[in-house]
Design a binder for this molecule. Sequence first.
Ligand code: PHE
Length: 447
Amino acid sequence: PSNNKLQSAQLGDQFSSTGFILAAIGSSVGLGNMWKFPYITGMYGGAAFFLVFIGCLIFVGLPVLLAEMAIGRGGRGSAVSAFNTLSGSKYWGAFGFLAVLGAFAIMSYYGVIAGWTMHYSLISITGSLFENADYTSTFGSFVGGYTPLIWTVIAFLVTGVVIARGIKGGIEKFNKILIPGLMILLVILMVRGLTLPGAGAGVEFFLKPDFSKLTTQSVLVALGHAFFSLSLGMGTMLTYGTYVHRQQSLGKAAVAVGFGDLMYALIAGLIIFPTIFSYGIEPGQGPGLVFMALPAAFAAMPLGNLFGFLFFILLAVAALTSAVSLLEVPVTWAMDKLKMSRAKAAFWVTLICFIVGIPSALSFGVLADFAPGGKTYFDWFDFISSNVLLPVGGLLVTLFTGYAWKRAGEEAGLTGPIYKIWMFLLRYVAPVLIIVIFLFSLGVIKF
Ligand code: PHE
């Protein structure tokens, strides 16, 4: 009887309407918004880049986002069986499996960075971060040691426990508390950033467009980031879509998620640029920006350890709500294909993903020299998942919805001219652009 109860709980486990939107925002708002977006904006032309990013989000991101949600709800299963059910052929599902692998691969190293952010919130509040003003070497010796492994375990534990508790009682609850909480943290930090002396220069850098800096390369980076930021091509939105009830408007949900993602990125920029400009730090520093540059600013401001703590907690929360959506993809797959209970699937997927992620956690230390082709284990996982599996998954979604699935418009709730525009974008615009980014990121074409 207990087994029966579990089965029916699984099948009836669905998001509420707001719960789904918050969970999807939680998935999309992640390290991409808080950590990657600011540094690529710094590198590729500030506000001009931001405008291009908005365009990519609206014209390519939103249509694909809606398509993924619709496939999930229409097919009701995992990223594999949804394609099979809707197409009536098993070949599409085989491609869907690439998305399951992609989500798994991203999570294996995403959990490591989530761990870094938790460590940094702790050492900010205790003040030990500020004992040595050489933040580059602090970061280097932290990621080069074994401490990241402990934090990776914690990140995976939190993620696994939330998923094991189910859609409504776990994932929805987690996001319902944390996503509004995230907004409060963002606003506090934005007010702090904007009231620092000299903050105006940062705002100007971020929001005043300089189109002379815009290159083809920056456009491609913006497009790739729009995909990553909306969590597309990895089956995450598809998997969440599986748990959406029939009455919910997917079009409205997609617009809300796109808008939410943009808002969080905008505010993250309004925290980071004013803060670093105010303390004379270079914006175009690359991935180390938040871990190596921002601590100097926190050290110099009054109550800096508190603001530093809030900032890194913000990153941790953003990372964990995305991590949950990533790991849910293989968990739903295991429930669906291997007929496991949710608890069992959550346990095994979390454990195996953690084990696969161990070398990523050590890629900055003992395994730093193990770098075939000039990339460490961590770099390879990032490269293959973000630059290969993600575009392939995105292409699959656009081609499937645009050409193979005849009832897509019905499921997405689109008719008339809006449907025609959606189809046009999915059939011609998105696939061509995805193929161009793909070839570009593989180095096959250069600009
Ligand atoms: N969108 C997340 C971020 O911005 C990352 C992510 C990618 C999550 C793909 C799920 C799937 O950090």
